[in-house]
Design a protein around this ligand. Sequence first.
Ligand SMILES: [Zn+2]
Length: 147
Amino acid sequence: MAADPKKLMGFETSADKKVPIRTGDWDAMKLALWRANSAWETIAREATVLLEACKHADGCPGKEDEFKPCLPGCPDREKRLSALVILGASKQCAPIDAKKVADGPYFAPSREYFSEVIAELAAAQIEIERLRVAAAVTTTTETTETP
Ligand SMILES: [Zn+2]
């Protein structure tokens, strides 16, 4: 029985396993990351504006340094804490590097993939119509039962 020595020594784990992914899906993932990045940049900017608008008591160390706590007498103490939470989350969730996909090369989807998407859309429209009819029936029964 020949066991993989790399696996036995812990050099290769289940996290090293690779999965094939469609280029279109991968591009969609990158686009989603890029959108998240720009959204978090906007959020960080707005949170910074909120932080700067906060009023402080005289001699508050939090006025100059975001890592220092506010004095108990600061009027916008709670608002500042909320803005700091938003700012911290934006810094944490922002991807390190997310390139705009629109700048990359474009590959048209295959005819089969296009047909699949069209079929899914048609099925979704049938489902929506079915739900709409069901909702209409429910609404009419509700109105007739409550005179
Ligand atoms: Zn303060």
